[in-house]
Design a protein around this ligand. Structure first.
Ligand code: TRP
Length: 413
């Protein structure tokens, strides 16, 4: 059961009706250096804080002033009334988007041949009194956005009864992600909860969702995992819209992760193991594993994602491995060094990552851990390898650094 915040009871369904957005002084000039701590904390709001972070990130990603302003407005629209919540009140509910319950997380997707793409994931229904209305608010927000830009939500509509039962369970109902491409109209993804009808039904829910989308053989192609975490859909104008299945893998070692991919081509087992070891801070040569002491990630699970684009073969066309680096590093300086090592290995320019971290926070990297939440290694058939870095807003809390390599107790899921 999610915590219901007694501070601010509200009807989210009614509250989401568009109100004029007031978030304090938003400087949307292209060259405006907008400080994330421009306002005293008591005057700051969740929307103001995250929209300012987004503007600065857009600037570092090379988006134009009008595009950046459009994306900041979209973020505020999706956050709805929660955007106006003062930051000195506790987080609106126990959002699973980020460890400190900020319902927003940023990310950069790097390739070696182009500037990285800036993305944001957020929970439009955060602050709703229960998970059912959280889901309704989320659906309504996505459909409003889709209407505005002529995006087809047919694939989502087909799955509504599976992921939005009357009495849903689990850590989320709906998240929405935006890829902030030039032009001011984002590419949209939605994340749904396979355990909405109970953890014990999640495999069946995923199988049925895939089947309805025409991927009849897809479920059988997936590797084993401990838990289905998300079912995600690309909506609208994508070259090849994907359906994606995320699995959690507890206590996994590099060697085991090396064999998770069910995609032909892409990074081979040795490359995946090396990515894993670098991000986990293990011996990059795998000497520990050769000595029979292959370390396992036992604090927070590794995640895999398989994506399906065509229905003819039943085979996935994409694979991503996500390492929750924040639980296996003492502080963000260490997490960043590992991300930089991986970017360097793939010939990707690290400058946008460095700039993005200073765009979201003024704190020193060694003074906390969790700013870099995950790093992913992604392969999609026919496309260059991508490295994805997930950047926390830390609107509510900075996790203190771990002492002498012992992760802090709060890092346990
Ligand atoms: N906060 C959740 C977690 O840590 C979900 C999540 C947020 C996530 N961003 C992610 C999962 C990036 C995988 C990759 O698991």
């Amino acid at each position: 059961m999610r915590r219901v915040d007694p501070v601010e009871p509200m009807s989210v369904d009614a509250g989401f009706a568009r109100r004029p957005l007031s978030v304090g002084p938003l400087d949307t000039r292209p060259s405006g250096r907008v400080s994330s701590c421009a306002l005293p904390r008591h005057a700051e709001t969740l929307g103001g804080h995250t929209a300012r972070q987004l503007l600065r990130l857009c600037e570092t990603a090379g988006l134009s002033g009008p595009d950046s302003a459009a994306y900041a407005r979209t973020l505020l629209t999706l956050l709805g009334p929660m955007g106006e919540r003062p930051l000195d009140l506790p987080a609106p509910d126990d959002s699973f988007v980020a460890d400190d319950h900020t319902p927003v997380e940023f990310s950069l997707a790097f390739t070696s041949d182009a500037a990285p793409t800036l993305r944001v994931v957020l929970e439009p229904g955060c602050g709703a009194p229960d998970l059912a209305s959280n889901g309704r608010t989320g659906l309504e927000a996505v459909r409003d956005m889709a209407r505005r830009w002529g995006i087809d939500t047919g694939r989502l509509d087909q799955l509504e009864d599976l992921f939005f039962p009357p009495d849903p369970r689990g850590p989320l109902a709906l998240w929405c992600a935006l890829e902030m491409v030039p032009g001011g109209v984002p590419r949209v993804k939605v994340y749904l909860n396979p355990a909405a009808s109970g953890q014990e039904r999640s495999a069946e829910t995923v199988r049925e969702a895939l089947r309805r989308l025409g991927h009849r053989q897809a479920f059988a192609a997936l590797p084993e995992g401990d838990r289905h975490l998300f079912f995600a859909l690309d909506l609208g104008d994508w070259n090849e819209p994907r359906a994606k299945v995320y699995l959690a893998h507890h206590d996994m070692s590099a060697e085991e992760a090396a064999n998770l991919s069910r995609v032909d081509g892409g990074p081979g087992p040795a490359e995946i193991a090396s990515f894993f070891r670098t991000m986990a801070g293990h011996d990059p040569d795998g000497a520990e594993s050769a000595a029979g002491r292959d370390p396992r990630l036992d604090l927070r699970p590794v995640q895999s994602c398989h994506s399906f684009t065509e229905t003819a073969t039943g085979r996935p066309s994409g694979f991503t491995l996500y390492i929750p680096v924040r639980d296996y590093a003492r502080h963000d300086g260490e997490a960043l060094d590992r991300a930089l090592a991986v970017l360097g290995r793939y010939g990707m320019d690290p400058t946008p990552l460095l700039r993005s971290l200073s765009a979201v926070t003024a704190r020193r990297l060694r003074d906390g851990v969790g700013l870099v939440a995950y790093v992913g290694l992604a392969h999609q058939e026919g496309r260059p390898t991508r490295v994805t870095t997930y950047i926390s807003s830390e609107a509510y809390e900075v996790r203190p650094p771990a002492i002498r390599g012992v992760p802090s107790p709060r890092s346990r899921p």
